[in-house]
Every structure is written in structure tokens, then in C-alpha cells.
Design a protein around this ligand. Structure first.
Ligand code: PDD
Length: 283
């Protein structure tokens, strides 16, 4: 069955959902995006994603296509029209359509949304954990802005696949920044969680914010600081967070087993807490 895709005010069958070749998202990756997870037909952390979208837009002087309330209404309509019970909603805003020029044109933004139905709660990664490799972080210097410039992360994923792993952790100046499409964490032998502090070097994950809050509520100590791959290899556990994986346990880094090579207790517990607590506030 064809999905219903949102394009600039219209809800269209996916075959008819089209964007101009002059759209700056296509020509220059002049676009930002958000991915929101859906469980039981409800969105998790919608407010966080909407707020971050507005921040990304502001950082690159791009006009907002609509208000947060209108955005919420469009997301809800997409869930309804696509009969989405579990999966993801992808949203992209581009600067708009203009003749190719490096100078920002004064045009109206384009906005596109589509849904992806998939199991997000019962994933293979949640059950068995994932293997990661480390690779140099070759991305640009404003990773706090969620732009659609995703070739470097795609190349990272492909390198991971070629190495028989599931994902890559990106390393800059000797320290892990984040995963290709997630935030990265280790759990020290004393149970303390370590994850990189926020800056222009990483995306401020919406799942990260919630998981760190739940960790604090569960009296788990958190250190926000950079860590190395060597420190990660000595850790008790490792995991990632994102809207698509929630809390995804990492069981191997560069061929070295983390802990006993099985899904760790902290990651399992935080995943359960994240899903149950986020569902309470899901809309
Ligand atoms: N990626 N870091 C990067 C580089 C990301 O691309 C993402 C999300 C995250 C986690 O952010 P959040 O918890 O808000 O999803 C961190 C999305 C899911 C994607 O590109 O599909």
C-alpha cells in the first residue's frame, strides 16, 4: 500500500510526492531534519524534536515553515493517514526553491514528512547488542545542527558493514565524538555512565537528554566528558541512544568484547525505563 507523504501543505500518495530539482535541499544539502519515534500510535519526545528543529533552523537563518502547534497537527495527521502504530516519522525542512547560488535566497522553505512503519521496541539490537568499529570523524564543525549532510555518516556505516560490524563510532583528536547517527556512552566498572559533553562537536540528542535524566533519577552517576576508544574497551558496558534505537547496547568495539560480550544491565535497564517513561508522556 502506498504511503501518504506530506509536501508543502498537501497529503499525497508517495508516487506523487515530488520536490523541484532547484530545491536547495537537493542542490546544497541546505536543509535540516528530525526523526520522531512512534509507539502505539503516539509520538515520543515530540516537544524535544520540535524545539531542536526550531533551533537548527535559527542557527542557519532559515525560516520556520510553521509553528510548533501546526507541526504537531501535521505529525498527528500523518500518523492517522498512514495508520502508523509503530515506527518513525521523518521531517525535513529545506531553505526552498531558487536558482543555484551560494547566497541564501529569500524564498519560502519546503517541508516534507513521511512515515516508516517498523518495530522499534523489539529490535534485534536490543536483544543481542551491536558491534561497532572506530573511524576518524570527517564531518563538518557544526554537528549540533541537524542538517541532511549525511554522506560522512553513510560512509561510516558502510565501513562498519564492510568490517562485519553494525555501526561506527567517530573519533576526533583521540576522543569519541558520537556514533554515525546516535550518541555514544560507556559504563565504567563502578557503574558511572560517561558520555561526551554537549558542544558544536555532537548533536544534542533528544533521547540523550531523557536518558541522562532517567539515569539521574535512578541514582546512576553520570560524567559528561570525552572518552577514548581505549577507555571504552576497558568499560563494563557501552551503548548508544537515538530516536531510532532508543538505548542500543554495544557489545563489541573494534573486535574487542565489552564486558562479557552480552547486553549489559545498565543499558537494558535504561532502555526499559526510557520506553516506559517516554510512553507516559507520549502524545
Ligand atoms: N539520528 N547524533 C547524531 C549524529 C544523530 O544523527 C542522531 C539522530 C543522534 C541522536 O539524536 P536523537 O536522540 O535526538 O535521535 C545523535 C537520527 C535518528 C537519524 O539520523 O536517523
Amino acid at each position: 500500500m502506498s504511503r501518504t507523504v506530506y509536501v508543502n501543505g498537501d497529503y499525497l500518495p508517495e508516487e506523487d510526492a515530488k520536490i523541484s530539482v532547484f530545491d536547495r535541499g537537493f542542490l546544497m544539502a541546505d536543509a535540516v531534519y528530525e526523526v520522531t519515534s512512534v509507539i502505539d500510535g503516539k509520538m515520543l519526545d515530540f516537544a524535544g524534536h520540535a524545539t531542536r528543529l526550531m533551533r537548527s533552523l535559527g542557527e542557519i537563518d532559515m525560516k520556520a515553515p510553521c509553528s510548533i502547534d501546526e507541526l504537531e497537527a501535521i505529525h498527528r495527521e500523518m500518523i492517522k493517514r498512514n495508520d502508523l502504530t509503530e515506527g518513525l516519522i521523518y521531517l525535513q525542512v529545506t531553505r526552498g526553491i531558487a536558482d543555484r547560488d551560494f547566497v541564501y535566497p529569500d524564498v519560502e522553505p519546503s517541508m516534507v514528512l513521511f512515515t516508516q512503519a517498523k518495530s522499534v521496541v523489539n529490535s534485534l539490537i536490543a536483544k543481542h547488542g551491536m558491534k561497532v568499529i572506530s573511524i576518524p570523524d570527517i564531518r563538518w564543525g557544526r554537528r549540533d545542527i541537524k542538517t541532511v549532510q549525511l554522506l560522512a555518516p553513510s560512509m561510516g556505516k558502510m565501513a562498519a558493514k564492510a568490517a562485519g560490524a553494525d555501526d561506527a563510532w567517530l573519533v576526533e583528536d583521540g576522543f569519541v565524538t558520537e556514533g554515525t547517527s546516535n550518541n555514544a556512552y560507556i559504563v565504567k566498572q563502578d557503574g558511572t555512565i560517561v558520555t561526551r559533553d554537549l558542544s558544536h562537536d555532537i548533536l544534542s540528542g533528544i533521547t540523550r537528554e531523557a536518558v541522562l535524566r532517567f539515569a539521574a533519577e535512578a541514582q546512576i552517576k553520570v560524567e559528561e566528558r570525552p572518552f577514548t576508544i581505549e577507555e571504552a574497551k576497558q568499560a563494563k558496558e557501552a551503548f548508544v541512544t537515538s530516536a531510532t534505537t532508543f538505548v542500543g547496547p554495544v557489545v563489541e568495539i573494534d573486535g574487542v568484547m565489552i564486558g562479557d560480550g552480552k547486553v549489559g544491565d545498565t543499558a537494558r535497564r535504561l532502555r526499559e525505563i526510557y520506553i516506559s517513561e517516554s510512553l507516559k508522556t507520549a502524545i
